[in-house]
Design a protein around this ligand. Structure first.
Ligand SMILES: [Cu+2]
Length: 282
């Protein structure tokens, strides 16, 4: 706790070194491990529901596959030329045709109902506690907190700055991670300055296109504090694979401390008008 608050104090002065220091103590609740099966550990209500829906679909897929395989085996054994030398001349069976049309329709409806329910749940949040804006650039991310006038770029760390011993990962670390509070409904707005990008954090169940000239929207509520990784998921040019995403999810109190530091830093920086006035006086 004290180390984290110490980090907040040093944040403004030493962004890069501070973030790598924090990397050592930030747990990664949802990071892939060798031989892992299934999806990453969900860290938001949307991601939990996506995992549940995925498991539900897996059951339906398995049942259909087993039934079709059993039918194929049964036909091959029961109706081969040796076992059934005189084949039936039937070409129609009304009841059978109704059944094999109706059953797939019913299965699709059973899938569609929870699918649409989840789609609308993911769409937007009524009363967000925080709004952030994610802007895709070739080839880095810009994060804005529109209500607080906080804005910064998040650039990938080059290979020679990656500290494997500190738990860092090549091609996944950034100089300035996005800080977000846990247990808060966060509205996320997406846009881009140049081409299509897609901001993605698998653990949050968030993946949406950043489209130039358009604002997309979704939301998240992070349930587990820690460090989360993602990557741009829309082919956006030669460095598409070099624009990682890092989110540090901290408690609302720690987030407020960070926000206060950012606002204080903003106040100390002369805005463009002041800077211009100073230049003219000289
Ligand atoms: Cu991109």
């Amino acid at each position: 706790m004290t180390r984290i608050s110490a980090f907040f104090t040093g944040w403004v002065l030493t962004l890069v070194s501070a973030s790598s220091a924090w990397a050592q103590e930030m747990p990664t609740p949802s990071f892939p491990v060798p031989w892992q099966l299934n999806l990453q550990t969900p860290a938001s209500p949307v991601a939990e529901r996506l995992v549940e829906f995925h498991n539900f679909l897996l059951v339906i897929c398995t049942v259909i596959s087993v039934i079709v395989l059993a039918l194929l085996i049964w036909c091959a054994i029961r109706y081969n030329a040796k076992a059934n030398p005189v084949p039936s001349k039937n070409t129609h069976n009304t009841l059978l045709e109704i059944v094999w049309t109706a059953i797939p329709v019913i299965v699709l409806v059973i899938i569609a109902v929870p699918s649409y329910r989840l789609l609308y749940y993911m769409d937007r949040v009524e009363d967000p506690g925080l709004t952030i804006k994610v802007i895709g650039n070739q080839w880095y991310w810009t994060y804005e907190f529109p209500d607080d006038d906080i804005s910064f770029d998040s650039l990938p760390l080059p290979d020679d700055e990656i500290d494997i011993a500190a738990g860092q990962h090549r091609l996944l670390e950034v100089d300035t991670p996005l800080i977000l509070p846990t247990d808060t409904d966060i509205r996320i707005l997406f846009t881009a300055t140049d081409v299509l990008h897609a901001w993605t954090i698998p653990a949050f169940g968030v993946k949406l296109d950043n489209v130039p000239g358009r604002t997309n929207e979704t939301w998240t509520r992070i349930t587990i504090p820690g460090k989360y990784y993602g990557q741009c998921s829309e082919l956006c040019g030669i460095d598409h694979s070099y624009m990682p995403i890092v989110v540090h999810a901290v408690s609302p109190e720690e987030f407020e401390a960070w926000r206060a530091d950012q606002l204080a830093a903003n106040d100390n920086t002369p805005d463009d008008a002041n800077r211009l006035a100073a230049l003219i006086q000289e």
